[in-house]
Design a protein around this ligand. Sequence first.
Ligand SMILES: Cc1ncc(C[n+]2csc(CCOP(=O)(O)OP(=O)(O)O)c2C)c(N)n1
Ligand SMILES: [Mg+2]
Length: 560
Amino acid sequence: MQDIERTTLADCIARFIAEKNTPAVFQLSGGMIAFIIDAIGRLGKTPIINTRHEQAAGFAAEGSARISRIPGFAMGTSGPGATNLLTPIASSYFDSIPVVYITGQVNQKELRTNINQRQNGFQELDICEMAKSITKKVYSPKTAAEVLESLNEGWILCQEGRQGPVLIDIPINLQQEFIEYDFSSDSTMPVKSEITAAEISEFKDLLNSAKHPLLLIGGGVRLSNATDLLSEFIEKTGIPYVSTLLGLDAISHKNANYLGFIGSYGNRWANAAVSQADLLIAIGSRLDVRQTGNNISKFISGKKIIRIDVDEHELNGRISSDLSIKSDASKFLQAAIGVDYRIDSTLFVSRIHEIIHENPQKFEQPSDLLLNPSIVMEHLGDLFRESLGFIVDVGQHQMWAAQSIQLSEGQRFLTSGGLGAMGFAIPASIGAAAARNGRWVSILGDGCLQLSSAELQTIIHYRLPIAICVINNGQHGMVAQFQEENMDGRLFGTRDGYSNPNFQELALAYGFRKIARIARVEDLMSLEKLVIDAKDEPIFLEFIVDSQAKALPKMSIKNE
Ligand SMILES: Cc1ncc(C[n+]2csc(CCOP(=O)(O)OP(=O)(O)O)c2C)c(N)n1
Ligand SMILES: [Mg+2]
């Protein structure tokens, strides 16, 4: 049935977004985007969440997309609004998150006509040119009809194959044009490729010839909604498994066959499991340098490798494999579950568990710390065991969290993987909270808080049930650690010339009422009551950690 209406383009866009059921539109206002925001507001179907910085709007849209599995929408005005979106655009590109970014552009009459002219209109800026290399596609439509085509195509493209962001830049004069639009036309998703019988038979042969197979779980498992299939596959085959940073929340942590978090800051035992395995099956992981270290020959030594990735460019990347299957994790696991295979890995697993018992994560820190960050993370995992998940920023605290939080079944763990962008956690928690109501826990360093503290107001404004947990070591710890190792202890910019405000007073000023500052391990117990009393209120917790605490173990970065 046709449903043709004549409205302004801005109204069409609002209606298009409403029909997609995205949890919210995240934005910071400006003249060139105001007609679109106004149309969304008047239609009243999609909540508008106003952030204090466009970067936060983008990270929030990424958080929303990760949790709702519906592409996020982030918007900003032309010029500085658009450039402020570049960091989250890159973040969603590297971590393969479907987000539709919409920027307003100046009136077409004001656009420069000569590429050598720097600027013609006020806040005119060629954002498409800048975002080309960090998007699946950029659109600079020239007519209202082209805007709608871009929306339809971009909506599909951001979800198709390896997911990622698209950007649509819309001149203000087009936004106000009247246009006829058929709202009944639906955008259907293309069918994904099938796995061949030959690939599955090779997969089976490699499994049968291995003594110590190990699954390496990457972010692609969550992205293709394959977590249930993966649990079934693990249950059925008995193959032990490890995880990358982005794969942490795709698997059960409460299973003896879970052998930890791998990589340059991974658990010692998880990296030992990788090194002792004779078959590594990497599902939805691009095996980047943070996972393998830069000594590739050491990483692949003594083992066969099977890679499953939706992106063929990754399959032919820096790590070669014995079998490459171009598929998303879900399609692959559907086929792999049919393979008749079971292994008893008890001996292999118990050897790895010995390492855990002899050298647990907390032993990596000096024994005289008043507050051991690994114990803080274990405690946060326990304190917030009922929460929907943890959203973690970038730095030493990120690695401490990945190493030591034991996730409950189904709990989420979001972080900025490929881009590693400080300032991610608070805005991404805002997006997660818009997508799913319930307690979210945001873990960040003192440095990261100072990149995103304005968004504390967004949390308070919408009364979002977010618990902020600041790991305050009074420094940019991750970089200070790097300087200590490589620059004879000179600490320019990380400790020297760096300072923090009083975070308790800051939180109070923003209107947080459930606040605590913990400096000693014995005080951790007092938090249980605070968290229960808080119910769904925002919480602000600060943990004082000595600057001597390090992100360890650390894989060598030296080329051999
Ligand atoms: C936007 C951005 N700028 C700089 C960096 C480089 N960097 C990585 S970790 C880090 C320090 C983070 O400090 P803090 O939040 O206090 O975390 P800590 O390492 O102390 O736990 C810096 C500066 C980055 N990743 N992102
Ligand atoms: Mg710090």
